[in-house]
Design a protein around this ligand. Sequence first.
Ligand SMILES: CC(C)(COP(=O)(O)OP(=O)(O)OC[C@H]1O[C@@H](n2cnc3c(N)ncnc32)[C@H](O)[C@@H]1OP(=O)(O)O)[C@@H](O)C(=O)NCCC(=O)NCCS
Length: 198
Amino acid sequence: MLTLAQIAAEPELLTWRLRLGDGTAAALRPLEHGDARGLAAFLGGLSAETRRLSTYDGYDLAAARELCAAIARYDKLRLVLEVDSGAVAGLVEFSLAIMPDDMARYGAAGIRLGERTDVRFGITLADAWQGRGVGTAVFPLVEEVARRLGRSRIILWGGVLADNPRALRFYEKNGFRRVGAFTDSGGRASIDMIREPV
Ligand SMILES: CC(C)(COP(=O)(O)OP(=O)(O)OC[C@H]1O[C@@H](n2cnc3c(N)ncnc32)[C@H](O)[C@@H]1OP(=O)(O)O)[C@@H](O)C(=O)NCCC(=O)NCCS
């Protein structure tokens, strides 16, 4: 089972090369300290609608530097999808921590979450790469990362907004099921989803 410190020291442990649907060569690899500018370009390029669907603390170089500074310091693992031009086309995030609110909501649905079994996951693609099968191409690697982190189930980090039909379809097509509805801290209708081992 890999630790965040091991991954930071040897990012190639979780690095894969893949071809996107249109033939573009890409790599999925852990975020590294030198990625701040590329990550800032990715965050800064997200449209208002993508920011609504997938919200970050900030979208500028300072926000990107904070994400880089967090490498192996807390409970988070972030990977970037880098296309052959060197641009960041997506950000894939995992959290090894399960929050009391998550435990309560899933518990009410009869699912006992725990840090030995579950990992939280979120994904955001750059606008130009959305709706082209890229998320689905990357998903087997998401499962592999969870497995290498020693977690058998994947839950959505913060759930998914009820009015995000593409993400709902993407998750369901990749093996997630709906657990229940809740209202997020901003008062928005959201849905919890879990992917259990098949
Ligand atoms: C959600 C996201 C990661 C999915 O990745 P993706 O590469 O766009 O998804 P895919 O193309 O692999 O799959 C999308 C599926 O939804 C379908 N779809 C697209 N728009 C849809 C809509 N309005 N309603 C229903 N289904 C829709 C597609 O047809 C496809 O299904 P299919 O393969 O059966 O035809 C990506 O769109 C994204 O980053 N969106 C913005 C940020 C976001 O919403 N993140 C998730 C927050 S919880």
